[in-house]
Ligand binder design. Sequence first.
Ligand code: NAI
Ligand code: DG6
Length: 520
Amino acid sequence: MTSFTPKIKVNTDRTTYSETELTTKYTYENSIVSINKETNEYNVENIETDLTFKVDLKVPRVGVLLVGLGGNNGTTFTAATIANREKIKFQTREGEIESNYFGSVTQSSTIKLGIDNNGKDIYVPFNSILPMINPNDFIISGWDINEMNLYDAMNRSKVLEYDLREKLKPFMEKIKPMKSIYYPDFIALNQDDRANNCFNREGGKGKVELGNKWEHVETIRNDIKNFKIKNNLDKVIVLWTANTERYSELIEGVNDTSENLIKSIKEGHNEISASTIFAVASILENSPYINGSPQNTFVPGLIEMAIEKDIFIGGDDFKSGQTKFKSVMAQYLVDAGIKIKSIASYNHLGNNDGYNLSSPRQFRSKEISKASVVDDVIESNGILYKKDESIDHCIVIKYLEAVGDSKVAMDEYYSELMLGGHNRISIHNICEDSLLATPLIIDLIIMTEFLTRIRVMKEDKYEKMYTILSLLSYWLKAPLTRTGYEPINALNKQRMAIDNFLRILIGLKPLDELRFEERL
Ligand code: NAI
Ligand code: DG6
């Protein structure tokens, strides 16, 4: 553990720093609106709530366990942390590149602190506000149904430049994924050849054992425990970046409560997915669990279990390129009073993720998470859209082996302008899919760890934040939210919540951009 000396000193009596803790008082303000449907009048009550937060300033030793370690994201993530830690420089056809973390909010973005005497905005690095783990210090391991070492797997992924891969070889070739569990019904049939590193499959590619899934939970729990002890870790975070699974059916008596879920796991029920097994094992080992894929790992019984055990969970599905752009574009158009009528989104890609998604049930999971992303923006504007009116939104993903990890995304936004006019915006984006997704994994882990060090005073007792980490929504396509609350998809709102939360913890006010120095 390392101690922290604040570099940003806010002159306020709202914060108290000790060597190991920061205590902050903050008055939360909001407006509660009630609508009289007959008169169409809005009654608004301003509310204030006094809160006290405590931040543990000690950065712990953190272990990261990835499910899907040998995949494109898993290998790129591991490679990125090693390349940065070792300060590797490498040649590309454009010249020498120094390793960096571009695309990571925590590592490569800034937050506005305030203005200088001339009214100029002053920004500081996101991760300088409060102590956060440096990704170079992650201790990484994980599971994969495929046995390949990470050097070979990184070459198979075809994401990184040749020179970088060769410089990483001595580090990557030593890493081998732990044996995993394989439930063939949940991922595409075309993945079967890959599944040669599974503790529930006889001799490499033999018969798959699905009888007692509780034994699978116990094996994964032991893996987590041993990893923690062997590496002398304070905390372990588990993240699913394995293949997209099909949805699990939600069945009363099977996965609806924590008790039924455990019973069904013990009975080896067909509707218990591998990802749910990993999540149960993580929760029972007090390790936060994040779902980077779209499937409904978090069945109601699992959410109940996480709440009972008070272990953080976050999901679903990394929000990387096309969807992130969509959540910005949709907000821009609708906030400008322009009525989006349709969005057509096409993707083609040639990596293993695309191969798995060429199977209809796995594609369906992705289609659901990609489609939900404009819902809150549409609902926010009752002038453009009637109640329950939606837009035409089509999602197409095609596997095209030749393009590899260089995903092509094409989107057409078709909107209605005033007096019958129309506005068509077409987007064409090509990028390495895994180089967009990996920085998100870094951020999700750093933010999850950071949030485990926050306490809020409730009835004279400090408590953790709520189990479902909706503050992670910025990085996720279909944010998991607390029962009774609808997901916020709009990217700017998601980012505002994170920035303002960090600001209030160090005694600043949330940003409002009123800039009265200039305007009054
Ligand atoms: P990938 O197919 O290259 O990697 C997945 C890995 O998971 C493979 O190595 C596979 O062998 C392994 N695997 C499958 N089932 C497993 C199990 N039960 N236990 C352990 N390992 C298992 O895919 P990629 O590109 O790394 O993506 C990973 C996931 O992240 C996918 O579900 C994808 O949909 C999701 N995602 C990816 C984004 C991106 O931009 N790359 C963005 C949003 C989500
Ligand atoms: C094709 O859509 C494959 C997917 O796994 C995507 O790469 C991934 O979901 C990222 O999608 P988006 O919409 O966030 O760029």
